[in-house]
Design a protein around this ligand. Structure first.
Ligand SMILES: Cc1cc2nc3c(=O)[nH]c(=O)nc-3n(C[C@H](O)[C@H](O)[C@H](O)COP(=O)(O)O)c2cc1C
Length: 212
């Protein structure tokens, strides 16, 4: 299985989301899954933010692009190839101000591409091209935004991920959200991470069961 693993935390070795992603991948490997891992660390290799030349080039049909337009789109083309070639995704990120870190937004802006990751048919319907890929989102939140908690309505992260990846065809993604990981007593933070590890183990078992 070709797995695209993307980390978005700026915290490097001290990151909870990075540790949870490693735990999930190790769980798959311990269960005998043969993984070919394509790793992207957005802290080390942040995708460019969308600029004028990208915008013009991206909305010019591929057949009509100039050499300069093609060059402007090259890094985004390369990221699109990586997502299209993967069989599965593990995206790990902290919540930053109610949504994803800006590097992950830049990643999304680079991989949502007409004629590559989504097509538009003759009736104007969008057809996402990432419908065969499994997807796991691992998110960490300093506060507790689980259903029923006072801050639950402030979770703009889950819905935004569902919309962006749903648009490019990702079906039924799995979410494992560790919370509260920061603004709580030590015991609650440890329990949040322990809950997340239990959920991740269950997801790993599920993926193993679904292997051809
Ligand atoms: C810039 C910044 C913004 C944050 N915004 C939120 C937030 O909106 N809600 C929240 O619950 N936690 C927030 N946090 C806390 C992180 O989500 C939390 O510490 C998380 O566990 C970090 O994951 P990491 O260790 O993988 O980086 C924020 C942290 C930072 C650095």
């Amino acid at each position: 299985m070709k797995l695209l693993h993307v980390d978005a935390s700026p915290k490097g070795g001290r990151s909870n989301s990075r540790a949870l992603a490693r735990y999930f991948i190790a769980s798959l490997q311990e269960q005998g899954v043969n993984l070919e891992i394509d790793y992207l660390d957005l802290r080390q290799q942040p995708p460019a933010h969308i600029d004028r030349s990208f915008t013009i080039a991206a909305y010019t049909p591929a057949a009509e692009r100039t050499a300069a337009m093609k060059q402007a789109l090259e890094p985004s083309d390369a990221l699109c190839r990586r997502v299209l070639e993967a069989d599965a995704f593990v995206f790990a990120m902290p919540m930053h101000n109610f949504s994803y870190p800006s590097v992950f937004k830049a990643f999304i802006d680079n991989i949502v591409r007409a004629e590559l990751t989504y097509l538009v048919d003759d009736s104007g319907h969008y057809i996402g091209q990432l419908s065969r890929q499994k997807a796991l989102f691992i998110t960490t939140r300093g506060t507790d935004m689980r259903a029923g908690q006072p801050l639950s309505h402030m979770d703009a992260l889950t819905h935004s991920l569902q919309s962006a990846f749903g648009f490019v065809g990702v079906q039924a993604p799995t979410f494992v959200d560790a919370q509260p990981t920061q603004f709580a007593a030590t015991i609650e933070r440890e329990q949040a991470l322990a809950r997340a590890r239990i959920e991740l183990l269950a997801v790993a078992r599920d993926w193993v069961k679904q292997l051809p």
